[in-house]
Write a protein that binds this ligand. Structure first.
Ligand code: C2E
Ligand code: CA
Ligand code: CA
Length: 393
């Protein structure tokens, strides 16, 4: 009897892929796919989100943790089983991270694993597998996203960045949503991966930047000066027109580039250092702030980090929320804050959800925090009222 389950095995070791595929065939799994790199896994998930992922933790280029972060966006609801040669504590930490990203943890397989161990994981996953992906979770294609974007479906929400020292809001991060006529407000995970993979990624950045800076100008007209952070897909850093585009948009809205921070992810900068560095340097010369987003997920060296003309690092939430109870997360958090300060950068922690998260950051001397504890992403019109509310710093 075939077992209705869509399994994706991700490992750079081809022999592991071959062995796993063979064993899954013996188990009569209905869909078996393999990916030899994180990028191939994301591409496969975009095509069809898998139900069960068997993930190797250590891979070159994109390691297991980066793949988890990316899978959260393209395979929401998937079960993730971690394959590792490392010790049990690493696997347990990863299990927590998998759950923090909204994925389901399906256990660990220590390599080399036995057939019976794989069978147990697979049977358990199949028993609880969702029969069909909930319509809510199906990502849009780039074409469909653009059709809606052209109809004005883009909505920008803003999440406060708050200074730990005194609880003052110093800026907001602009986060895109898409208003779908039937499905309601869609999160970026359902449309941004496809747009970023398409040729029109730059057009999307232009649309977001224009909306965010128009909003910033409108707030200023109300007497509210807020710095705005905008996410920039790293692939567009190779676009020679990006600098002109952003500088032009700022000028058109009368915005000082110093009041804008561009957030780029560390991992992709590192994969093409030279092209990205040139664009980042030119943006910096125009006066824009540059933040390294999701810091800690990649594996940049100190030397590489010093070469990036950045003004801020944003520590990824996997090292922030509940870090106090996790020695490894705590160590990464402490050393990232120290490193950022050593380099003269502003350090922001994202994913602050509890007062314990906040207290831990304050003790480590972190500068700014962002997360549900301070404020959820909100509509622009809500922000002035939110600012008037009394709140804990
Ligand atoms: P990001 O840049 O890391 O943005 C932070 C994400 O964490 C946001 O999710 C935010 O809502 C969420 N978040 C904030 N505080 C908390 C918290 O305390 N706990 C938890 N669990 N999550 C928190 P969102 O809005 O779904 O955005 C997801 C990702 O989509 C962003 O990750 C960013 O990479 C991308 N994105 C969003 N807007 C844009 C955009 O305009 N352009 C591009 N290129 N990417 C965007
Ligand atoms: Ca960001
Ligand atoms: Ca981030």
């Amino acid at each position: 009897m075939t077992l209705e389950l869509d399994v994706l095995v991700i490992d750079d070791a081809l022999e592991t892929l071959a062995v796993a595929a063979q064993q899954l065939e013996l188990l009569k799994i209905s869909s078996i796919r393999t990916a030899a790199s994180g990028a191939a896994a994301i591409a496969a998930s975009l095509e069809r989100p898998p139900e069960l992922v068997l993930l190797d933790l250590s891979m070159p280029e994109m390691d297991g943790l980066e793949v988890i972060a990316a899978l959260a966006a393209v395979a929401a609801g998937a079960k993730v089983c971690v394959m590792t040669g490392a010790d049990e504590s690493v696997a347990q930490t990863t299990g927590r991270i998998v759950q923090d990203y909204g994925l389901h943890f399906a256990g660990t397989l220590a390599k080399p694993f036995r057939f019976a161990e794989l069978r147990a994981i697979v049977q358990q996953a199949a028993a609880g597998a969702r029969s069909v992906a909930r319509p809510q979770e199906v990502p849009l294609s780039a074409e469909e996203s653009w059709r809606l974007l052209r109809q004005g479906a883009l909505q920008l929400h803003y999440q406060p960045k708050v200074r730990l020292r005194d609880g003052v809001m110093v800026g907001v991060e602009c986060l895109a949503r898409l208003q779908h006529p039937e499905r309601g407000l869609l999160p970026p995970a359902l449309f941004i991966p496809a747009i970023e993979a398409s040729a029109e990624a730059g057009d999307f950045t232009a649309l977001v930047a224009d909306g965010a800076m128009a909003q910033q100008a409108a707030w200023r007209a109300q007497g509210l000066r807020v710095c705005v952070s905008i996410n920039i897909p790293s692939d567009t850093l190779h676009d020679r027109l990006l600098v002109q585009l952003l500088a032009g948009t700022a000028a058109r809205h009368g915005i000082d580039p110093a009041d804008i921070t561009l957030e780029v992810t560390e991992t992709r900068i590192m994969s093409d250092v030279r092209g990205s560095l040139e664009t980042l340097t030119r943006l910096r010369l125009k006066g824009f702030g540059i933040a390294i987003d999701d810091f800690g997920v990649g594996s940049s060296t100190l030397k590489q980090l010093r070469e990036i003309p950045c003004t801020e690092i944003k520590i990824d939430r996997m090292f922030v929320h509940r870090a106090a109870g996790d020695r490894q997360a705590q160590a990464i958090l402490a050393s990232s804050i120290a490193l950022g300060h050593e380099l003269g950068l502003q350090v922001v922690a994202e994913g602050v959800e509890t007062s314990a998260d906040r207290d831990g950051l304050a003790a480590l001397g972190c500068d700014l925090m962002q997360g549900y504890y301070c404020g959820r992403p909100m509509e622009a019109s809500t922000l002035p009222g939110w600012l008037d509310l009394p709140r804990a710093s």
